[in-house]
Design a protein around this ligand. Structure first.
Ligand code: IPT
Length: 961
């Protein structure tokens, strides 16, 4: 037996105090964060003499607290999604158990007039055995849960105190903490010494309901000692325990997070109160806040920082919340553990609906026995019951005073079992004011909302209508139908995507039973690291020498690891817009999708543009539109020229706490149709040395391939069906396509020219060929028809599929390589960002420009990216050269400094090296994105079926006429 006994207990925690509410008070406290002495070992069974006061730490290093040791030079991070990275034999753990010994000293400030002293650890991963002055205080467990020790009898005043903590990476509790994230250990949240004056408040609970019928707030504050409650703005001054109805309060909501500041004062302590009056209820299968059906437009958020792991600074927490608010996200699920208490304070203040989730996941039992009894699963085994209930208690007790928390969640992915029932029972008894959530309880026996993850849009629709398949038990089925529905995870944002968000949102908005959804997830969890030659990248599973890992499945965020929004977040912002603007040539309809507030805080602007030139711009007044209402107003735009675009934008009229005045929330557009440009025609075909020349186009006479446009050399010209596979295409996806694509040989196209026919009279060259794939009879017959004027050449492509195609195409288009100096791109069409057939909500019509570098999206695992949709004209310039391409009427365009093949082969963005050419794709289309890396494929309407393609582009050399 080499592991100390506490590491294999079903409840390793010992000696800690009962959980209580987070509080900000005037009682003295001392942060024990900072540089601690530190010693690292690979095993857990070392002597514990280091805890004695006279132990000499010579030879030890130091480590910051809070921090993970793996990110500070000891051991290495490791990523697995579900799998426990060691043999599954609960409650046993491996002998190889990285262990960190921490030591520091502290003195109690001389002026502390306190009766008792506590030591609080806000988070130690996974357990910490604590000594003070050589005396054992106990063991913390529950990595993302607070632990307090009473040290009154051990601490020495006027002397130096020696605090020693032994932290182990693995413990029996690891079986309860199998969240999909990095394995990172250490004292990673704050450590604080708390002075407790005589008469201090042990625990407090602010009950602040809102009666939406009368407009009254109902206030009652529970405490364990006599105390007074004051809220000056409301003239409240009552005793704790007393209930008061206060007329005319302004309720709290995520839309209008109104907090009344006040105080709770006992003889020994004053606690700062920030009271938000609000009532959560479930009625008629709706999730309601303050009596109103409330729709959560949410995301899942982990604590993650690319440099510090789950050590998240206040600045980063604020950044995350502002990022969410600025992208129209109004709700967050704290997957899959409670964040630091400060995060919830910020949610209270800035306004987000929060599903606060317990630190619990036993997902690693699924791969062992997926569909059956999950043998040994702690959700069922009675020996774990106390540990599970303990975790729930610590979640609820710490966070019960946050108005932003509108639901408790029992945890994530633990299968089902009575221990979850015990957690739910405890929480329901303790806090009947908040509904309970847990996704795996499909019967909803234990919970108040029906929750699922990664359902299709179609299934969501069925559930929204209340027409889902009955649950086998008729009573449970009836109860479930009376419950609201939460889609606690959807739209898996791994790599390029997600697609299909708009279609989900349409369903959410339609059915009152739907309480909302939470996209998976806010951030990529890449950890910043470097190549051998010092170039930075965001490392994922396998980049740190792990024995077992799940590669880039840890990079599945709407934002990149450093917090930069990825295209998915911009798409989500457009889809989650709280107002929808429908614009026509002469009217505007504003639909308010807020549940609680009107549109008085918004300023509306109407802009008219033609080919990138602004024709007019004016603010218009729109009387406030009430929640869930819509109004139409006439738009007086005189003489709209062909091709002109009207953009109506709704922005913050004044500064908000989460964004400055002018921050745009939503926009809508209308385009006055214009005729597509005519094909270039009229120039003769001229034969030169092995070339056919028509206008500026030069074709190889034998193969019919384009080899030049005027002086510009062209290489690599031909039809193209391949894209660098996106995560949603890959073998682990729920709708894998990569294997079949490669089996057909789409990544190795062979082009054969069957005929090059010149019609001199018509000035036309017709190149007929066969686009085939080695080993396959699937193919395309491709006809390229060239015509030209003096300065422009039009290519029309007509392609007919051959054979029994059984899968959609990655793309269908044309690719060519141009000199690398052409590195500046301007285009008319949708922009400024990338867009695909099922993610087009964030892009708008306009004239845009970017460098080739700026057009690349650096997905942590390189894959297809950067497609610009609906491009009518693209102009490439640089090195004194220029090329303009016009679509008839539009194409999808991609411009890259490397090939698709190089992109496909890269494991990290640092593998991509410019090859000296500018690669241009001009496509009829690309397959949609979907979110099949964990969820449904692209909707049928977004799939690129292998049908007939017929489209055209015109190449022109500007400055030649
Ligand atoms: C789901 C998990 O709940 C979440 O933590 C994350 O791992 C996500 O998958 C994928 O990134 S569970 C899955 C089996 C549906």
């Amino acid at each position: 037996m080499t592991s100390p006994a506490y590491l294999t207990d079903f409840l390793p925690r010992r000696g800690t105090l009962p959980a209580r509410s987070w509080a900000r008070s005037d009682a003295p406290e001392l942060s024990l964060n900072g540089e601690w002495a530190f010693r690292y070992a690979e095993r857990a069974d070392l002597p514990d003499d280091f805890a004695s006061a006279d132990f000499d730490t010579a030879g030890w290093g130091t480590i910051p607290v809070p921090a993970h040791w793996q990110l500070n030079g000891h051991g290495a991070p490791a990523y697995t999604n579900r799998r426990y990275p060691f043999p599954v034999d609960p409650p046993h753990i491996p002998d190889e158990n990285p262990t960190g010994d921490y030591r520091r000293t502290f003195a109690v400030p001389a002026d502390w007039a306190v009766e008792r002293m506590l030591l609080r650890f806000d988070g130690i991963d996974s357990v910490g055995r604590v000594w003070l002055n050589g005396m054992k205080l106990g063991v913390t467990s529950g990595s993302r849960l607070a632990s307090e020790f009473d040290i009154t009898d051990v601490v020495r005043r006027g002397e130096e105190n020696v605090l020693a903590v032994r932290v182990h990476q693995w413990s029996s509790a690891t079986y309860l903490e199998d969240q999909d994230m990095w394995w990172l250990s250490g004292i990673f949240r704050d450590v604080t010494l708390l002075g407790r004056p005589a008469g201090a408040i042990g625990d407090h609970w602010v009950h602040a309901d809102y009666d939406h019928r009368s407009g009254e707030g109902i206030l009652r504050v529970e405490t364990d000692v006599p105390a007074r409650v004051t809220l000056p703005a409301l003239g409240v001054d009552i005793a704790a325990g007393e209930e008061l109805r206060i007329p005319g309060v302004r309720p709290w909501s995520a839309e209008d997070p109104w907090l009344y500041d006040g105080e709770l004062a006992s003889d020994g302590e004053r606690i700062r109160l920030r009271v938000g009056f609000r009532t959560v209820s479930i009625a008629e299968s709706e999730f309601r806040v303050n009596g109103v059906r409330t729709l959560m437009r949410g995301v899942n958020r982990h604590d993650i920082d690319t440099d510090t792991g789950r050590v998240v600074s206040e600045e980063r927490m604020r950044h995350d919340i502002l990022l969410m608010k600025q992208h129209n996200i109004n709700a967050v699920r704290t997957s899959h553990y409670p964040p630091q208490a400060r995060f919830l304070e910020l949610c209270d203040e800035l306004g987000l609906w929060v599903i606060d989730e317990c630190d619990l996941e036993t997902h690693g039992f699924y791969p062992i026995d997926w569909f059956h009894e999950l043998a040994g699963n702690p959700a069922k085994d009675p020996r774990w019951r106390e540990a599970l209930v303990d975790r729930m208690q610590r979640l609820v007790e710490r966070d019960k005073n946050s108005p932003s928390v509108v639901m408790w969640s029992l945890g994530n992915e633990c299968g089902t079992g009575e221990n979850l029932g015990a957690m739910a029972q405890w929480a329901r008894d303790r806090d009947p004011s908040r509904p309970l959530h847990y996704e795996r309880d499909w019967s909803t026996e234990y919970v108040d909302v029906y929750s699922r993850m990664y359902t299709t849009q179609a299934e969501l629709e069925v559930i929204g209508r209340g027409e889902e398949e009955p649950w086998p038990d008729a009573d449970l089925d009836r109860e479930r139908r009376a419950k609201p529905f939460v889609l606690c995870e959807y739209a898996h944002s791994m790599g390029n995507g997600p697609g299909g968000l708009a279609e989900y949102q349409e369903v959410f908005e339609k059915h009152p039973r739907l309480a909302g959804g939470f996209v998976w997830e806010l951030y990529d969890h890449g950890l910043r690291t470097q190549t051998e030659d010092g170039r930075e990248f965001f490392g994922y599973g396998g980049d740190f020498g792990e024995e077992l890992h799940d590669a880039n499945f840890v990079a599945d965020g709407l934002a990149f690891s450093d917090g930069t929004p990825a295209p998915g977040l911009l798409e989500l912002k457009a889809v989650y817009a709280p107002v929808v603007l429908h614009v026509s040539a002469d009217s505007l309809t504003v639909t308010n999708r807020y549940d609680h507030g009107d549109t008085a805080h918004l300023a509306f602007t109407v802009r008219v543009e033609l080919d990138g030139v602004e024709l007019s711009s004016e603010r218009i007044q729109i009387a406030p539109v009430g929640p869930r209402r819509s109004v139409s107003v006439p738009l007086a735009v005189a003489d709209l020229p062909e091709g002109a675009v009207i953009t109506v934008s709704a922005a913050l009229a004044a500064d908000a706490a989460w964004a400055p005045a002018g921050h745009e929330l939503a926009w809508g557009q209308f385009e006055q149709p214009r005729a597509s440009a005519p094909y270039a025609q009229g120039a003769p075909v001229v034969r030169t040395d092995g070339e056919l020349v028509v206008g500026p186009a030069r074709l190889d006479a034998r193969s019919g391939r384009l080899v030049g446009l005027g002086d510009l050399p062209v290489s690599g010209f031909g039809p193209d069906v391949w894209r660098a596979v996106i995560d949603n295409d890959r073998p682990f996806s729920w709708a894998p396509k990569e294997q079949r694509w490669r089996q057909i040989g789409l990544d190795h196209a062979h082009v054969r020219t069957d005929d090059v026919a010149v019609s001199e009279a018509d000035g036309e060259i017709v190149v007929t060929g066969h686009l085939g794939f080695p080993g396959s009879d699937l193919a395309y017959r491709v006809e390229q028809r060239w015509t030209a004027s003096a300065d422009a050449a039009t290519l029309r492509i007509v392609a007919e599929p051959i054979g029994a195609w059984d899968i959609e195409l990655p793309r269908f288009g044309l690719r060519l390589a141009l000199p690398g100096e052409l590195e500046h791109v301007e285009w008319d069409g949708y922009g400024p960002g990338e867009a695909y057939s099922d993610s087009r909500s964030a892009v708008r019509l306009g004239r845009w420009s970017a460098s080739v570098d700026e057009l690349q999206t650096p997905y942590a695992f390189p894959q297809e990216n950067g497609n610009r949709a609906g491009v009518r004209r693209v102009l490439l310039t640089g090195g004194g050269a220029a090329l303009e391409v016009t679509g008839h009427p539009a194409v999808d365009a991609t411009v890259r400094p490397w090939t698709t093949e190089a992109l496909d082969a890269a494991a990290h963005p640092t593998d991509l090296v410019r090859d000296g050419l500018t690669w241009l794709n001009l496509d009829a289309g690309q397959n949609g994105l979907g979110s099949a890396s964990c969820g449904p494929a692209a909707l049928p309407s977004a799939r690129l079926l292998p049908g007939r393609f017929d489209y055209a582009v015109t190449f022109r050399l500007p400055g030649r006429d």
